[in-house]
Write a protein that binds this ligand. Structure first.
Ligand code: GAP
Length: 436
């Protein structure tokens, strides 16, 4: 992980939030390369979950919802982790993540050499609180959303009456969520501000129909990570045991990945039954039922949820791509991103600054189609190394022969193999290689 975190900073993928003020735990900023990679992950999710389907539509809802939303969903009462304080070092920890002392069967303070006495565990609500209104006295307390799905449920009626969808169908959303995690850790794996990619699929509340769609989405979501380019041998599905299920879930399976710090959850696929819509019907007293015109039946739909973390997917893509090898006797670090995910698809490198004008023209012509970068700084070897570290799959070198033959040399990041390609054919060449 240390090498990965260091590369992420060195090459402008991920920075500690508020670094110049000493940082703030659990908050991260994405640099020029990180933001491109993140966009590509989200684009791939949206393409597969919304754009290429007839039965899923998208929404983008507010981060702050009416506080009753969270009373109905159960978050105000039960969205908490058990927390303990150390009476000696004053550290604050999640009780369920601590080692247990064999002497007294109690959790042990994890601060090195402390061994301090810990308080009894108490429930710590993970929602961030804020005030809406001009002053704390006249305003009201509200929460930053801890998950994006609740406003999909509260907007269910509006979406169904305006989108001409019929059950079964889904509503998808990508957006920020906030959880005041007691112990954010493992780089961006567990943060306090993060992004989710969630889809709620509404089906008829019959057991066999729910099971059919649950199995369908389980298979689709697992396949999605493979299509994204993640090594299949590092991906796993883990069914939740009955005693592990969240209060709303009838069944749940996690997609997991073998991170350098161990196997951990990327996404949960859950059969939430009709719990959410029923709760919002109860608390809002609004009719969120569905009338099936085909069968003249009225019912509260059940929901199959696919809930992925954008940041965890990003971390997976980064960990999966990180590699070190030896090229011409020298060690190199190379990010082997799938071409469609790479932040920069093509580096355009003039062999000499004298050739800059022509090379820049090629870069400008391709810019409309793909993310390119013109680079004339330093030796060609140094430029290749930099592009290897940011994961650019192809670099085109414009050399002195290019002026006469109107061709460039395209170098492949992974194999370092080189092809001579006509300038007018670069776009098609890259299309063939899966860049678009
Ligand atoms: N709506 C269901 C839900 O939110 P969850 O298991 O709490 O379920 C779903 O979260 C996904 O959101 C997780 O699998 C993970 O990818 C991501 N996620 C949750 N908490 C996170 C955190 N603190 N930091 C980064 N990602 C997180």
């Amino acid at each position: 992980m240390e090498s990965i975190v260091s590369l992420c900073k060195r090459r402008g993928f991920i920075f500690q939030g508020s670094e110049i003020y000493g940082g703030i735990n659990g908050f991260w900023d994405f640099g020029p390369m990180g933001v491109e990679l993140r966009q590509n992950v989200k684009k791939f999710w949206w393409q597969h979950m919304v754009a290429m389907r007839d039965d899923v539509v998208g929404v983008d809802t507010a981060i702050i919802a009416h506080p009753e939303t969270w009373r109905a969903s159960g978050h105000i009462d039960s969205f908490s982790d058990p927390m303990v304080d150390c009476r000696i070092c004053k550290g604050r920890f999640r009780a369920d993540q601590l080692d247990i002392s064999p002497d007294n069967n109690k959790p042990v303070c994890p601060t090195p050499h402390c061994k301090g006495d810990l308080t009894e565990a108490r429930a710590f609500n993970l929602m961030f609180r804020t005030f809406v209104g001009a002053s704390e006295e006249s305003g009201f307390e509200a929460y930053l959303r801890p998950e994006t799905c609740q406003s999909i449920f509260t907007q269910f009626k509006n979406v169904i009456t305006t989108s001409r969808q019929k059950i079964p169908f889904g509503i998808a959303q990508i957006g920020k969520s906030f959880r005041n995690e007691i112990t954010p850790r493992n780089f961006i794996f567990r943060s306090r501000e993060f992004e989710q990619m969630e889809m709620e699929f509404f089906v008829k509340p019959e057991a066999d129909i729910q099971e059919e769609w649950y199995n369908y989405w389980k298979e689709r979501r697992y396949q999605w990570y493979k299509d994204l380019g993640i090594k299949p041998e590092k991906l796993h599905l883990r069914d939740h045991a009955k005693d592990e299920l969240a209060h709303y879930a009838k069944a749940c399976v996690d997609v997991e990945y073998d991170f350098p710090f161990g196997r951990s959850e990327l996404e949960g696929i859950a059969n939430r039954g009709s719990f959410d819509l029923e709760q919002h019907i109860k608390f809002s007293k609004k009719d969120l039922t569905y009338f099936d015109q085909g069968t003249n039946e009225k019912y509260t739909p059940a929901v199959i949820e696919t809930s992925a973390g954008c940041d965890r997917t990003l971390l997976t893509v980064i960990c999966d791509a990180y590699d070190e090898d030896i090229i011409a006797g020298e060690k190199r670090v190379v990010m082997r991103f799938a071409p469609h995910l790479a932040p920069i698809k093509l580096g355009i490198l003039p062999l000499s600054k004298k050739l800059g004008e022509q090379a820049q023209q090629i870069e400008k012509d391709l810019r409309r189609f793909i993310r390119t970068e013109y680079d004339d700084a330093g030796s060609i070897g140094k430029r290749y190394r930099r592009h290897d570290e940011i994961g650019t799959p192809f670099c085109a070198t414009y050399d002195f022969d290019s002026e006469t033959d109107q061709k460039v040399t395209i170098r492949h990041r992974d194999s370092t193999q080189q092809d001579r390609v006509a300038i007018t054919a670069i776009r098609v060449y890259l299309e063939d290689k899966g860049v678009f």
